[in-house]
Design a protein around this ligand. Structure first.
Ligand code: NAD
Length: 315
């Protein structure tokens, strides 16, 4: 029996579609020894726990329980997916007020029992909720990060992989800024096998095509709306994105990810949380990378930050 201190314990607050998808992905990877599910709708958390536990004979052993905040005392990572989901036609920023209220209840309950866990936020608007949460946590703000544009970056890499006929894991391209309408692609740094896109020819003979890349960016930005229109919510890909973040933390992998974190002067931005490629490891966000953006990208990033600042001031 391993000592409780040596166990990898993950807490999950909000066991709706996104939370449950993350839990399902996590149990299959064998990354955690224990997973604690919490939801305002206790029956929903219990139902998910029953369903997940019945799959344990098919995966590596772990403990999955429904609980309360007192069960998070020894958690290493706490993932928050609680809140109201995005409705058809609704922008992510319209969710702000309701979900901010929910977070002002949740975060103090976490810090009352655990001051060390890394807090990973998925609820939208993720940048604003990450910033509010970091403010509540106070010192040690690197403990708080948001899934930010991790999912949109994955969408961009997938669509580029389809265009060039290359495995998406070999495509290096980032979506940064607000997780929302003002986000941007860092095209000047995008590459496959170290070759910038204007010079790359894919396995399918596909070369540089600016119109196609514009369309790929549009499809990346509109993906959430398109999926919500068809199936009311998005959850599998973000569930896997959250798994990747939690693994980077638990395994201390120093993985570069476009998570959202509070900035203090990087790229001329401070007083808000926003996504830029950052190194993620056991202590959360270890460093926001200082990348050589083009002048236009830097301007667009700062404009995206300004949009978030205006939303924050609306609160
Ligand atoms: P959902 O409605 O299925 O689940 C939300 C859950 O939160 C519900 O089970 C609800 O009971 C619970 N909840 C509400 N208030 C709570 C509280 N105070 N304490 C504990 N639990 C509480 O929604 P969903 O589809 O799972 O989406 C969850 C969030 O994730 C939404 O804000 C959505 O916009 C966001 N999301 C983010 C991304 C991203 O890229 N960051 C992608 C998809 C969805």
């Amino acid at each position: 029996m391993i000592n409780r201190r040596e166990m990898n314990i993950v807490g999950l607050i909000g066991t709706g579609m996104v939370g449950a998808s993350f839990a399902y992905a996590l149990m299959q990877r064998g990354t955690a020894n224990e997973l604690v599910l919490i939801d305002a709708d206790a029956a929903r958390a219990e139902g998910e726990v029953m369903d997940l536990n019945h799959g344990l004979p098919f995966v590596q052993p772990m403990r999955i329980i429904a609980g309360g905040y007192a069960d998070l005392t020894d958690a290493d990572v706490i993932v928050i997916c609680a809140g109201i989901g995005q409705r058809p036609g609704q922008t992510r920023l319209e969710l702000l007020k309701t979900n901010a209220g929910i977070f002002r209840q949740i975060i103090p309950q976490i810090t009352a029992v655990n001051q060390d866990a890394i807090i990973v936020i998925a609820t939208n608007p993720v940048d604003i909720l990450t910033y509010i949460s970091a403010q509540i946590v106070g010192l040690n703000q690197a403990r708080v990060l948001g899934s930010g544009t991790v999912l949109d970056t994955a969408r961009l890499r997938y669509l580029l992989s389809q265009h060039y006929g290359i495995d998406s894991r070999s495509v290096h391209a980032y979506i940064v800024g607000e997780n929302g309408d003002s986000e941007l692609a860092l095209w000047s740094l995008a590459n496959i096998a170290g070759v910038r896109l204007p010079d790359f020819v894919g396995a399918n003979g596909q070369g540089y095509d600016q119109a196609a890349l514009h369309q790929i960016f549009d499809h990346t930005c509109n993906a959430a709306y398109e999926i919500i229109k068809r199936k009311k919510a998005t959850y599998y890909a973000i569930g896997l994105g959250l798994l990747a973040i939690v693994e980077a933390i638990i395994r201390d992998t120093h993985t570069v990810m476009t998570v959202s974190s509070p900035l203090s002067g990087e790229y001329g931005v401070d007083g808000l949380a926003i996504s830029m490629p950052a190194i993620v490891g056991r202590s959360g966000v270890e460093e926001v990378l200082d990348l050589p953006l083009s002048e236009a990208e830097l301007k667009a990033f700062q404009a995206s930050a300004q949009t978030l600042k205006e939303r924050l001031s609306e609160l």
